[in-house]
Write a protein that binds this ligand. Structure first.
Ligand code: F6P
Length: 349
């Protein structure tokens, strides 16, 4: 009898998830394995919601954004008998292996299920935030950076026409990767990220310096997780304190751009407008680079599952797709190192 692989996508969606699903299904089919989609992340395993996935079902999904099997931020370790039900459904559906596609939370659960319960699981790293250790890049990131860069390009022309400061708020949670990369690519005049918290006063000085050089407009990119920091030593995380946490303890961020925009206008007198890119960064078709990376990750994950090399994750190291341990990949977040911020800073003001 053919062996069966379950495939689930957890956490925030990102462009390229369907490319992974397609690669796992196509290569498993070629190797004589069946595939089953687990609906909406870990929730599907806890509640036993599955759908058959064959070459027919994955035909045409390569360029599609989102995930055809749905996603959620369900944490089985936080649910009543969640893990017990999950393991029971895994057995009842006759699964032999699981490919979990997710970020730090989804893969953290996978690592724990492997460690504590011997679940035969392999991981695929996804997140627009690019904050997973163990892999040089996650798919979804390139698309998000491309979307943010295009937005910055567009904001440049209207900023220049109106002599305005344009503040662009991008996603990234605890990591400023999207802000730094899109800011460098788009020629931002100031970039504010959680890892290198420049003060509001210093940011305003950069803008004044630029305007003193004869420029009448500026672009400021701010990462949603940047804490407004002041010379007095005070700081403020916008959004987080007032909003509910998810099952992994994350607060919902967003809104720092508005507060920062007001501060800039009041302190410098430069007319300022704010754009929050939000979920636009996660929607739509993946870039070619993300499609290729996702496809390679999918093939690697299927190979690991077929060979019974569980507790591993597909990862990019240089140009190679390799296997790393899930434990290692989820131990800590990969944050923007100072040298990357220095590249961005060379163009401030
Ligand atoms: O982790 C990916 C991410 O897009 C973060 O950048 C962002 O903070 C969060 O998810 C948003 O989550 P939600 O889709 O639940 O609003």
């Amino acid at each position: 009898m053919a062996k069966t692989i379950g495939i689930l996508t957890g956490g925030g969606d990102c462009p390229g998830l369907n490319a992974v699903i397609r690669a796992v299904v196509r290569s498993s089919d070629a190797a004589g394995w069946d595939c089953v989609g687990v609906r909406e992340g870990w929730r599907g395993l806890v509640e036993g919601i599955f759908e058959d996935l064959g070459p027919q079902e994955v035909s045409g999904i390569l360029p599609r954004g989102g995930t055809i099997v749905g996603t959620s931020r369900t944490n089985p370790f936080k649910l009543d008998r969640g893990v017990e039900r999950l393991l029971q459904n895994f057995r009842d559906r006759g699964l032999d292996a699981l490919v979990a596609i997710g970020g730090e939370d989804t893969l953290g659960v996978a690592a724990r299920l492997y460690r504590e319960h011997g679940l035969p699981v392999v991981g695929v790293p996804k997140t627009i935030d690019n904050d997973l250790s163990g892999t040089d890049y996650t798919f979804g990131f390139d698309t998000a950076v491309t979307i943010a860069t295009e937005a910055i390009d567009r904001l440049h022309t209207t900023a220049e026409s109106h002599n305005r400061v344009m503040v662009v708020e991008v996603m990234g949670r605890h990591a400023g990767w999207i802000a730094v990369m899109s800011g460098i690519a788009g020629g931002a005049d100031v970039i504010l990220i959680p890892e290198q918290p420049m003060t509001v006063e210093a940011a305003c000085d950069e803008l004044r310096r630029r305007h003193a050089r004869g420029k009448s407009f500026s672009i400021v990119v701010v990462s949603e997780g940047y804490e407004l920091t002041y010379e007095s030593g005070e700081s403020q995380l916008v959004g987080g304190e007032a909003r509910p946490t998810d099952q992994f303890g994350h607060v919902t961020l967003g809104g720092v751009g508005e507060v920062l925009g007001r501060e800039i206008e009041q302190r410098t007198g430069f007319e300022t407008r704010v754009t929050v890119l939000g979920h636009v960064q996660r929607g739509g078709t993946p870039t070619a680079r993300d499609r290729v990376l996702a496809t390679r990750f999918g093939l690697k994950a299927a190979e690991l599952a077929h060979e019974g090399r569980f507790g591993q994750m597909a990862a990019l190291r240089g140009d190679d797709v390799v296997a790393v341990s899930l434990e290692e990949a989820t131990a800590e977040l990969k944050l923007v190192p100072p040298e990357w911020f220095e590249v961005a800073k060379a163009f401030f003001g």
